[in-house]
Design a protein around this ligand. Structure first.
Ligand code: PGA
Ligand code: ZN
Length: 424
């Protein structure tokens, strides 16, 4: 039974404030969760409540969200069984009463929602992934490691936001992580040798200035091979273009020119011919539905097309995407929708339609590792949580190592089966 809820303002990986919540039960167990925060946020995301008081953290304080928890949520939830996740989440949605959680703030609601789950898991004596996923949760996701950062996550001139490596050929998660770390270190020396910057972006990947986006893939490919892995079989590529960031009035400003959705689509076809890419996220902008449907019908048989800003983990938008075949996979970010219950609903809906789900961090993260457990609990088969470096990113990968260890012989690494469409 929930006895106490405490909320506070803490710092995220970019040094910006975010919400942390602790839920205490009458048996003495405490669940703690912290809320992540995006930079290239979608327009249709649930509202992240910021104070707007320029004298504190440049307006980014979250004291209002903390106060909303203390003043408007706590009293309403005392006495609930922590295992009543759906009732608790629904209660908070009722108190909020808006579509975008702008009354209480999605950061307020999500912090409580996740902390409740963690308290309930602890109280039941189960790991979070088992508590949420049941005895059959056993699939370790492919780590989609973002080792070269551009777009809104870096100060470089590179348009594409994320260049990821996916070690699909590894036998276990542990081996996958190792290969990613080895490629990461090799990429650093490749960049250094060429006189390119080895400074880092927000998600721990390198952030050099480069002449074109495909140069990034060439450099990573070189690092993969130098590290002793086979490009296309051991390790493949994935992109997050985050195209909403460079879209306006029907035009994509990309690689120094103006492109239509059709021209972007042609560009992707060329990339797929040249590189072993299994997945492209946000290839087009968040409201360019027709462009998405066109792209998915032309390349979606070959690879995964992932909606992030397009779907914002929102079951209503995912339902539209399924009806219009606008993509074939969903990026899952708990703070885009703002509660654990709705995150489960989004993933269920996607899976039932044959869409893949990639669990995801935000560019602003904390030491919280909840998404690692969620990826296994929900059977996602894929997780992206940045480079295999920097503790805000590595904390999640490390948690997956622990989960793999706990599952022992029952663990199965998703590997290539996470990308059944992939044809090089
Ligand atoms: P964000 O970036 O957290 O800054 O939105 C991550 C992504 O676009 O996938
Ligand atoms: Zn994205």
């Amino acid at each position: 039974t929930i006895e106490v809820i405490v909320a506070r303002e803490i710092l995220d990986s970019r040094g910006n404030p975010t919400v942390e919540v602790e839920v205490g039960l009458d048996d003495g167990t405490v669940g703690r969760a912290a809320v992540p925060s995006g930079a290239s946020t979608g327009a249709f995301e649930a509202l992240e409540l910021r104070d707007g008081d320029k004298d504190r953290y440049g307006g980014k304080g979250v004291e209002k969200a903390v106060a909303n928890i203390e003043d408007r949520i706590v009293d309403q939830l005392i006495g609930y069984e922590a295992s009543e996740q759906r009732l608790i989440d629904q209660k908070m949605l009722d108190i909020d009463g808006t579509d975008d959680k702008s009354e209480l703030g999605a950061n307020a609601i999500l912090g409580v929602s996740l902390a409740v789950a963690k308290a309930a898991a602890k109280s039941s004596g189960l790991s979070l992934f088992r508590y949420l996923g049941g005895p059959h949760a056993h699939l370790l996701p492919v780590p989609m490691m973002n080792i070269l950062n551009g777009g809104a996550h870096a100060d470089s001139n590179v348009d594409v936001q994320e260049f990821m490596i996916a070690p699909i050929g590894a036998p276990t998660f542990r081996d996958a992580l190792r290969s990613g770390a080895e490629v990461y270190h090799t990429l650093k020396s490749v960049l250094k040798k060429k006189g390119l910057s080895t400074g880092l972006g927000d998600e721990g990947g390198f952030a050099p200035d480069l002449p074109t986006n495909s140069t990034a893939l060439d450099l990573i490919g070189e690092a993969v091979e130098k590290a002793g892995y086979r490009l296309g079989t051991d390790i493949v590529f994935a992109l997050d273009v985050a195209a909403t960031e460079f879209y306006s009035d029907g035009t994509y400003t990309f690689e120094g020119g103006s492109k239509t959705a059709d021209e972007m689509t042609a560009y992707y076809h060329k990339l797929l011919d040249d590189y072993p890419i299994v997945s492209i996220e946000d290839p087009l902008a968040e409201d360019d539905w027709a462009g998405w449907t066109g792209l998915t019908s032309s390349v979606g048989e070959r690879i995964q097309i992932v909606g992030d800003d397009l779907f914002v983990t929102n079951p209503q938008r995912i339902a539209r995407g399924i009806a219009e075949r606008a993509a074939n996979a969903v990026l899952v970010k708990v703070n885009q929708i703002g509660s654990l219950t709705e995150t489960f609903e989004a993933v269920d809906l996607a899976h039932r339609a044959g869409f893949k789900c990639m669990m995801s961090h935000r560019s602003g993260e904390t030491e919280d590792t909840t998404i690692a457990d969620l990826a296994v609990a929900m059977g996602c088969g894929q997780i992206k949580t940045g480079a295999p470096a920097r503790s805000d990113r590595v904390a999640k990968y490390n948690q997956l190592l622990r989960i793999e260890e706990e599952l022992a012989d029952a663990a199965r690494y998703a590997g290539a089966s996470a990308f059944p469409r992939y044809r090089s």
